[in-house]
Design a protein around this ligand. Structure first.
Ligand SMILES: *Cc1c(COP(=O)(O)O)cnc(C)c1O
Length: 428
């Protein structure tokens, strides 16, 4: 990667003067974000207000505890800010209780497990290879190390969750908690059905909507609220806030959840990030945000249809959310190579295992392609069709370096027309 710089409107003077070593690379990264097509489904670009909030003097403050119950003095204003964040989260997701302190989505899930499970208890989650998340019980993750894990997956034919298998596993293994939610499942999850299974076996239900949160609050993806005891989310994916986590629950579990987050798992909360989360929640309540989420859906569907009509297969045949999962079996390219070829032209995606993948997890036969970040830049249906065409051309002839160069050039032009950190851009 060349060390390119680009013009932008972020004020970084003090940083530049203080530390040229890292500043140089920061400029490169800003340029990379500005000049490539960010299509990693879990990424987005937060607003300038959110960026500013995350860079405030609140990073200086210790505030262990909760508003009104802190272990440090000087928390008068921090309390106000965190309380606003909590109230907004509750209103936005329509939940009885919210804890805005988890540092990440993984920590939010960890806090939920801590609230209902002891080490060695059984959790039932979705297999990573079928779209689940590491923190849903993968053996290399704390969730797989501390708990006994049983997992469910999708039907290989349809790509849809096998709810009958889930039911059978639940009946047989009597988990303490059933985890729904996924990182690479493009379809609507039947939260009501999972709730009824959880009720039947006496398990708690955690719905992890890390990916779908933005669509959920816009009413465009079915909400688990009312069907789940706990709902966790990340705030940096479709929700378009700072990189962080959020844990919510019914009032029955409120005390246990708060205790699990602090003192159970974390020390001082990141109050600057909590401020940024508060700003993100306010943005997510607007009509503009709803329109944004609607465009995400339109864009994902358009991109999927373009690739389908060009002879590519999608896991489950389509999408109900912000990404598609390309099934490359039968094409002469692996997920790993596809990721690399697209990267050469400036399209950033991630390789992803597909159900029943013949390749290893490090290689895979799939690519996950998301549209939230490009939609934030203002790209729409016309651009999705163009980009779908480019992806087709690149994957159809992965060795054609001339083609990669030409498309790279076109992508630079497209990025110029949809500025990000420059004048007129979303994050300027
Ligand atoms: C992204 C994601 C997480 C974890 O988020 P981090 O903030 O990276 O820890 C948890 N669950 C699901 C389903 C995710 O997709």
């Amino acid at each position: 990667m060349t060390k390119e710089k680009t013009e932008h409107n972020l004020n970084l003077d003090a940083l530049k003067a203080a530390d040229a070593d890292v500043y140089d690379y920061l400029e490169c990264e800003i340029s990379r974000q500005e000049n490539q097509l960010e299509m990693i489904a879990s990424e987005n670009f937060c607003s300038k207000a959110v960026l500013q909030a995350a860079g405030t003097p609140l990073t200086n403050k210790y505030a262990e505890g909760y508003p009104g119950r802190r272990y440090y003095g000087g928390c008068e204003f921090i309390d106000k800010i965190e309380s606003i964040a909590i109230e907004r989260a509750k209103k936005l997701f329509n939940t009885e209780h919210a804890n805005v302190q988890p540092h990440s989505g993984t920590t939010a899930n960890q806090a939920v497990y801590f609230s209902v499970c002891k080490p060695g208890d059984t959790i039932l989650g979705m297999k990573l290879a079928h779209g689940g998340h590491l923190s849903h019980g993968h053996p290399v993750n704390f969730s797989g190390l501390i708990y006994r894990v049983v997992s469910y997956g999708v039907n290989f034919e349809t790509g849809l969750i096998d709810y009958d298998e889930l039911y059978k596993q639940a009946k047989e293994f009597k988990p303490k908690i059933i985890v729904s939610g996924a990182s690479a499942y493009p379809r609507q999850i039947d939260f009501a059905r999972i709730k009824s299974i959880a009720d039947e076996v006496g398990a708690a239900h955690l719905a992890d909507i890390a990916h779908y949160a933005g669509l959920v609050v816009a009413g465009l993806y079915g909400s688990p609220v009312g069907y789940a005891d706990f709902v966790t989310a990340t705030t940096h994916k479709t929700l378009r806030g700072p990189r962080s986590g959020l844990a919510m629950c019914t009032s029955d579990y409120a005390k246990a959840l708060d205790k699990a987050v602090f003192p159970g798992l974390q020390g001082g909360p990141l109050e600057h990030v909590i401020l940024a989360k508060a700003v993100c929640f306010k943005e997510a309540m607007t009509d503009e945000f709803k329109r944004y989420q609607k465009k995400i859906l339109e864009n994902a569907k358009t991109l999927g249809e373009t690739l389908l009509s060009n002879g590519y297969k999608l896991v489950s045949g389509g999408t109900d959310c912000h990404f598609i999962l390309l099934d490359l079996r039968g094409k002469n390219i692996t997920g790993k190579d596809a990721e690399e070829v697209l990267e050469h032209s400036g399209i950033t995606v991630n390789k992803n295992a597909i159900p029943n993948d013949p390749q290893t997890p490090a290689v895979t036969s799939g690519v996950r392609i998301g549209v939230p970040a490009l939609t934030t830049r203002g790209m729409g249906i016309a651009e999705m069709k163009t980009i779908g065409g480019w992806i087709t051309e690149l994957l159809d002839s992965p060795l054609d370096t001339e083609k990669q160069k030409n498309i790279r050039h076109s992508i630079l032009e497209l990025c110029q027309s949809f500025p990000l950190y420059r004048n007129g851009g979303f994050c300027r």
